[in-house]
Design a protein around this ligand. Sequence first.
Ligand SMILES: [Ca+2]
Ligand SMILES: [Ca+2]
Length: 138
Amino acid sequence: MRTISFFAVAFVMIGCSKPEPINQTHTGRIETGDSVLQTDNSLYDAYPFKAAEGMTITATMTSTEFDTYLHLIDAQGNQIAQNDDDATMGAGPNGGQTNSKIVFTAPTTGDYQIYANAFQAGQTGAYTLTITTTAAAQ
Ligand SMILES: [Ca+2]
Ligand SMILES: [Ca+2]
């Protein structure tokens, strides 16, 4: 019985090795105590997810309270995409075009993170983040 259970678990793990597309919406706050970006001391929240090679990763971040910034991080901790302002994402604080969007094709199957970040140190406030992945083209 133990042997059968072991193989059943192994099969499930193999079946999960190719991530399914996701569609996630998060509301959060950039606030004191969040992670600090080493390059400019701005604050961020990290959102881990999985993607398969060839999937399109789309992330959007909007806020009416601060200037948003998005980073896409790979499994090795390298930044592979970033965006400050995307004019299609609507108005941020004071009507400025400060909201962010990343569209990127996953280079490998594995773990990724989106950093939901403020443009400058000291900026805080509420935001909405979406992360979607779409199946790789066949
Ligand atoms: Ca936070
Ligand atoms: Ca921005």
